[in-house]
Design a protein around this ligand. Structure first.
Ligand SMILES: Cc1ncc(COP(=O)(O)O)c(C=O)c1O
Length: 397
């Protein structure tokens, strides 16, 4: 009999992928399901990036590449960091990977010994916790509820730091809440981190361009902690390149070298064609994204308007990304046809079955009172989804 590893058995299946699977099943039975469960833009990759990929194929960029990415790709990423974030990273501080997901896994495997503590503010992106568990680290979760706009303060961070703390991981703009840390809020975290130079901070900024509140702020901008911060980014979200698989880090040299070493044994590097195409994305002025960002903002407003009119839902106003994370706890204890709602996972199952709208329960993100709606869909679809959610919730007694 095959015996799977304890490491694998302790790992949760990704809740977002599980929900997508379930809604595909219902769709295949002919049900008109609206899927708002995946973190994927509904735009296509811009034509100039696709053209760069075609050119790369024609030029036979089809062999293994340097493990941390082509030199000229890393130079273009260094240029992007300077242009957009005023961060200075040399080429050997940059490692390109098979999605930001692998960038994060490389980092955690490079730093974490069994028993090391990793501070993760909740709500968090689902994979942070599971990757830390695989590395036999101990996740230390700090909860920041909707009343704090789902953000932690320097004092919250400091209260969680112990002599075993090795890493702090967070995202801004945040998946699943869309919350965006201001410069002052990041400065407050930096003030605390500077007191603990042994703690590395991972700042996941993959949604940087999908920001409705102004300029994106990076944690690494504060010189007193620059040498402790690993900035994670990638092309999946802003450039609508989820399937191409490219993420990258800007990091202290020794951390970049460690991630390069891990990657050399696991994947060698990401796809050569993707790397060539990404040079075009990195060199483009982000102003070309303005129509997409405006579309996301308008969709956000539509969804917020709809949700704010549903009694019992408590809704945050996300400043970025393409998610809303409403608190639905007022519905716990209610039921429909004998089906009782105990938590947001039950509520999402109810919404899938009765409203035919797929969302994701908050437990996987560390907040079972809330659920995530991804508004990467057309306004017409979103309006239909909000109406269906509203009708279904009205039936709960
Ligand atoms: C916060 C966050 N970080 C990282 C990723 C991973 O992105 P990718 O591996 O597609 O680059 C995602 C994708 O959903 C995300 O939401």
């Amino acid at each position: 009999m095959i015996q799977l590893s304890e490491r694998l058995l302790a790992m949760e299946e990704s809740a977002t992928i599980a929900m997508a699977k379930k809604s595909r099943e219902l769709k295949s039975q002919g049900k008109d399901v609206i899927s708002l469960s995946l973190g994927e833009p509904d735009f296509h990759t811009p034509a100039f990036i696709k053209a760069a990929a075609v050119e790369a194929l024609d030029q036979n960029y089809t062999t293994y590449t340097p493990v941390p990415g082509y030199d000229d790709l890393r130079e273009s990423i260094a240029h992007k960091f300077k242009r957009d974030n005023n961060l200075t990273y040399a080429k050997d501080q940059i490692v390109v990977s098979t999605g930001a997901k692998q960038s994060i896994a490389n980092l955690v495997l490079s730093l974490i010994n069994p028993g090391d503590e990793v501070i993760i503010p909740a709500p968090y992106w689902v994979s942070y916790l599971e990757i830390v568990k695989v590395a036999e680290g101990v996740p230390v979760v700090i909860s920041a509820g909707i009343d704090k706009d789902f953000k932690i303060t320097g004092a919250d961070l400091e209260a969680a730091i112990t002599p075993r703390t090795k890493l702090f991981m967070f995202s801004t703009p945040c998946n699943p809440t869309g919350s965006v840390y201001t410069k002052a809020e990041l400065q407050d975290l930096a003030r605390v981190l500077a007191k603990y130079p042994q703690v590395v901070a991972m700042s996941d900024e993959i949604y940087e361009h999908i920001n409705f509140v102004g300029k994106h702020e990076s944690l690494a901008q504060f010189p007193e902690i620059y040498n402790q911060v690993v900035t994670v980014n990638g092309v999946s979200k802003a450039w609508a390149m989820t399937g191409w698989r490219l993420g990258y880090i800007g990091a202290p040299k020794e951390i970049a070298a460690a991630c390069d070493k891990v990657q050399g044994q696991f994947t060698s590097a990401t796809c050569s064609i993707t790397q060539r195409a990404t040079i075009a994305a990195m060199n483009a002025d982000p102003i070309v994204l303005k129509d997409m960002i405006a579309a996301f903002e308008s969709r956000r407003n539509l969804v917020l308007n709809g949700l704010n009119n549903i009694p019992g839902l408590k809704v945050n106003q996300p400043g970025g990304a393409f998610y809303v994370f409403p608190d639905c706890s007022a519905y716990f204890g209610k039921s429909f046809n004998g089906q009782m709602i105990h938590n947001s996972d039950d509520l999402c199952m109810y919404l899938l079955e009765v409203a035919l709208v797929a969302c994701v329960g908050g437990a996987a993100f560390g907040d079972p009172n809330c659920f995530r709606i991804s508004y990467a869909a057309s306004e017409e679809t979103l309006q239909k989804a909000v109406d269906r959610i509203s009708n279904a919730l009205a039936q709960l007694q």
